[in-house]
Design a protein around this ligand. Structure first.
Ligand SMILES: Cc1ncc(COP(=O)(O)O)c(C=O)c1O
Length: 468
């Protein structure tokens, strides 16, 4: 942090000071050990830097700050399913970076691949052919279902959805889409247009036109929208759905939903887009969420866990027939960093680990046990918990109101268990640990949850239910 006069809007560090300030942080990055004074300074500098240079709004919402005003928890080092803050306090990671740590934090095989590639060539010229991009595309073409075969690589889930939107529009020559209420697809303008929650959309309206929203899981509603669009000459380019809605709280659709919308898309010439950014690579107990219903989408979006919890990496994948429209002019969609060798090395290693350790199988088994425990707790604390559900290790607990949810989330945090949920959004809390989380840690999570629920139950004699 520079000085106090930041509100004047001038740059206050001269060149020498800037070199010293950046060197100070380089020394922190390289330090093998830090003294208690250094740690304290890092903590105060971090809060100041967020406040003056990043976004002070975070300081009001993060439980890691709110719960520890004088000594906020700073994420520092992690391995597998645990991480430590700067003071050395250990947490069980039951959030998994909202789905990125399916293989755990710093999986040695994935770290090694990235490190080896880093020592050879980190990014690419984008002129010569790069072997890892081809290798990762081959692996994805082989593991994705049906005739999905060609991939394009980018860095975030939202980029994958943007690519899917453009591909569906190019292939069909149509512009309209069907999406789901409370569905989450990213926050750049195209993907935000498909996102079904008013709070993220309203300030940015108008977004892309021609987006029709239906209740998630309601195949009749999808068919009706396809029919109406067809009859009025609008035509639907694509129907986009998450196999299991993640951000909405691990909502599983009825078993006939995906097969029925597959059939309807074929009937009306619309492309079926599976947004597997959160569900892909084993999270729900199968390699891909759509595998639960043996459905092959026309376009699949992957992200989060694809980078192995080490590099940002996402992809959209489609069939040879559809990909043809990108081949006439392969530069019609491009990205400077998309498919860089470091990210591809991580992706190749992530696929290797997912298959070698049978992460989908582990997610199915561990998820079944965890869900059974949560259901048991719901029966015991039904004043507090409204709904539970999910698939594999994408599980949700819906509390009767946001306040109860936040009390539970912060109670768990005090007990060293990290789950999703913030001050503004804690009614539905997700549990998304690494798919290889040791059973012993899962038992500790349930122990901490039971203790927290008991505490919140005792401390809250009157409970108001939030409006639906
Ligand atoms: C299903 C789904 N799609 C897209 C996204 C957007 O991904 P990103 O935040 O990497 O842009 C997310 C993020 O949570 C997601 O869950």
């Amino acid at each position: 942090m520079a000085t106090q006069e930041l509100t004047t809007g001038q740059t206050r560090m001269n060149t020498q000071e800037l070199i010293r300030e950046s060197q100070k942080w380089l020394d922190v990055i390289s330090a093998k050990e830090l003294t208690p004074e250094q740690k304290e300074k890092i903590a105060t500098d971090t809060v100041d830097n967020f406040s003056y240079y990043y976004n002070r709004g975070y300081l009001e919402y993060r439980k890691s700050v709110i719960e520890m005003r004088d000594n906020p928890a700073l994420e520092w080092v992690g391995e597998g399913s645990t991480f430590q803050d700067l003071t050395g306090r250990t947490y069980i990671d039951c959030l998994g970076g909202y789905g990125i740590y399916s293989a755990g934090i710093r999986h040695p095989k994935i770290v090694r691949a990235v490190r080896d590639q880093l020592d050879r060539m980190p990014l690419s010229s984008q002129e010569l052919l790069d072997p890892l991009r081809g290798a990762l595309a081959e692996l994805l073409g082989e593991i994705t279902p049906g005739d999905l075969q060609y991939s394009f690589f980018i860095n975030n889930g939202t980029d994958a959805v943007e690519g899917a939107i453009k591909l569906a529009r190019l292939f069909t020559g149509r512009t309209n889409f069907i999406s789901s209420l409370r569905g989450f697809h990213g926050k750049s303008c195209g993907s935000l247009s498909l996102l079904g929650k008013w709070e993220y959309r309203e300030p940015f309206l108008p977004l892309l036109p021609g987006i029709h929203f239906v209740e998630f899981g309601d195949a009749d509603a999808v068919i009706e929208e396809l029919y109406k669009a067809d009859q009025t000459g609008k035509g639907i380019a694509g129907v986009i759905m998450e196999p299991v809605q993640g951000e909405a709280g691990a909502i599983v659709p009825p078993d006939d939903f995906w097969p029925r919308i597959r059939k309807a898309c074929d009937e009306y010439g619309a492309l079926l887009i599976a947004d597997e950014v959160q569900t892909g690579l084993g999270r729900t107990g199968k390699l891909f969420g759509v595998d639960h219903w043996n459905v092959v989408p026309d376009i699949m979006c992957l992200g989060k866990a694809l980078g192995g919890g080490v590099m940002p990496l996402s992809a959209f994948i489609s069939t040879p027939k559809i990909w043809g429209v990108l081949e006439t002019n392969p530069f019609i969609h491009s990205s400077t960093f998309g498919g860089n060798p470091l990210a591809c090395a991580a992706g190749i290693a992530a696929i290797n680990v997912t298959l070698e350790e049978d992460l989908p199988g582990q997610a199915a088994k561990k998820g079944k046990w965890l869900l059974a425990q949560i259901i048991r707790l719901k029966m015991r604390f039904d004043r507090l918990i409204h709904r539970t559900g999910g698939k594999g290790l994408l599980l949700g607990i819906e509390f009767v109101n946001t306040e109860i949810g936040y009390k539970v989330v912060s109670g768990l945090f005090r007990r060293g268990v990290l789950v999703a949920g913030t001050l503004t959004n804690s009614k539905v809390v997700r549990l998304e640990p690494a798919l290889n989380i040791p059973d012993k840690l899962l038992k500790e999570v349930i122990g901490a949850l039971e203790e927290t629920l008991r505490e919140v139950d005792d401390a809250t004699p009157d409970i108001q239910k939030d409006e639906e």
